[in-house]
Design a protein around this ligand. Structure first.
Ligand code: EAX
Length: 328
C-alpha cells in the first residue's frame, strides 16, 4: 500500500485512538519531500516552510520528512513511481515529463520577476499545472528558482560572439540546449549533482544558474566570470504523486494547500533576498561580474530559435504570456 494511503488510514485511526484516554501514541503518517541544493537555500526554504505549516495545522498528526537530492530528474521519477511523495524542483527536467512546461523555459519571455510570478499564479500558470495530471503527476504550486545568468572559467562574456565554442553545462532541458546551440556555445546537459565535478575537471567551461544557486553552492570556487544575462526565468514547482492530496482525510486537504502556499511564500522571499545581495557577495568572494549586458544582441542572436519555438510551442500562449499585465 503506497505510503500516503497507509498514512491516511493511520491518520484516521490515530485520530480515533488518540481520543481515548491513555491511548498509546500511534506512528505518525509520514510525507516525504525531496529537494535539490542545501537545506539553507531557496530550494530548501519551500519544503521546510511546508513541513512547519502542515505539521502545525494538523496538530502534528503527520510527520513531514525533507531530504536533499541534487538530481531533479531522479526526484521526479521517484514521485512517479511512488518512492517519495513530493519534490520541489526547478522546471529544468520537468519538460521531459510534462512537455507543456517547456513554454516557460523560453529565453527572455518574462520582463521581470513580478511578470513571471503573476503569470504563473494566473489562469495561465494554473492551466499548465493542470496538465501534470495526464502525466501521472500532481502539479501542486509554482515556486521559483530565479533568473538565470551565465558563469564560466575561461573569459569575460559581453556579447554572443564571446560564447562561441564555450562548453556550457545546461539542465536536461530541450529549450535551453537549443538556445545555447544557437548562441554558438557547446551545451552539455547534465543533472546538477554532476556539475561541480564537471567544472573542477574542466569537462565544461561554464554553466548558467540563478544567483541563489550560484551563492548557495559556492560556484565562485570553480567559476571566475559571471555575466548577468538574465537569459531565462527559471520557475520551480512542487510536484506530488497523483493521490497524495486526494488520499488525505478531507479535513486535512485545505491544510496541505495552505502549507504549499507557505512554501511558495518562503521560497520566493528567499530568492528576492538572495538576488538583492548575491552579486556583491559573489564579487566579495572574488568573481568578476559583468552587470551591463547588451540583451538585444543576445535576443537577436536567438532569432532563429525564437522562430522555431513559435512553430513548435504554443505561439498563442507565448503571446498571452508576453502581453500579460497585472489586473488594474
Ligand atoms: O534547482 O540544475 C540546475 O541548474 C537547477 O537550477 C538547480 O538544481 C536548482
Amino acid at each position: 500500500m503506497p505510503l500516503i494511503r497507509r498514512s491516511a488510514v493511520l491518520a484516521g485511526f490515530a485520530a480515533l485512538l488518540g481520543a481515548l484516554p491513555g491511548a498509546p501514541a500511534m506512528a505518525q503518517p509520514q510525507i516525504t519531500i525531496h529537494h535539490a541544493l542545501p537545506p539553507n537555500s531557496h530550494t530548501g526554504a519551500g519544503p521546510i516552510a511546508f513541513r512547519e505549516a502542515f505539521e502545525r495545522l494538523t496538530a502534528n498528526r503527520y510527520r513531514v520528512v525533507v531530504q536533499r537530492n541534487d538530481n531533479e530528474r531522479e526526484m521526479i521519477e521517484s514521485v512517479q513511481i511512488g518512492t517519495i511523495d513530493c519534490t520541489f524542483t526547478s522546471t529544468g527536467p520537468v519538460g521531459n515529463f510534462v512537455p507543456e512546461v517547456r513554454i516557460f523555459d523560453v529565453p527572455f519571455l518574462f520582463r521581470d520577476t513580478a511578470h513571471a510570478r503573476g503569470v504563473l499564479d494566473s489562469d495561465i500558470g494554473q492551466g499548465v499545472l493542470a496538465r501534470f495530471n495526464a502525466r501521472g503527476l500532481h502539479g501542486v504550486i509554482w515556486t521559483e528558482n530565479g533568473f538565470r545568468h551565465l558563469t564560466n572559467s575561461r573569459r569575460e562574456v559581453n556579447l554572443p560572439a564571446d560564447m562561441r565554442g564555450l562548453k556550457v553545462r545546461t539542465m536536461e532541458n530541450q529549450v535551453h540546449i537549443r538556445a545555447f546551440t544557437q548562441l554558438g556555445a557547446l551545451p552539455t546537459p547534465m543533472a546538477f549533482s554532476e556539475l561541480v565535478p564537471a567544472l573542477q575537471q574542466g569537462t565544461v567551461d561554464g554553466q548558467e544558474n540563478p544567483i541563489s544557486v550560484i551563492v548557495a553552492n559556492n560556484l565562485n570556487q570553480v567559476q571566475r566570470f559571471m555575466t548577468l544575462t538574465n537569459h531565462v526565468y527559471s520557475p520551480a514547482v512542487m510536484i506530488c504523486g497523483p493521490g497524495v492530496v486526494q488520499r488525505l482525510p478531507a479535513a486535512d486537504r485545505p491544510h496541505f494547500m495552505a502549507a504549499a502556499r507557505a512554501a511558495q511564500e518562503a521560497n520566493r522571499a528567499r530568492v528576492s533576498a538572495d538576488e538583492a545581495s548575491g552579486v556583491e557577495e559573489l564579487r566579495r568572494r572574488g568573481m568578476t561580474v559583468i552587470t551591463t549586458v547588451n540583451t538585444a544582441a543576445f535576443q537577436e542572436a536567438l532569432a532563429p530559435a525564437f522562430a522555431e519555438w513559435e512553430r513548435t510551442l504554443d505561439a498563442a500562449l507565448l503571446r498571452r504570456i508576453r502581453d500579460w499585465r497585472p489586473a488594474q
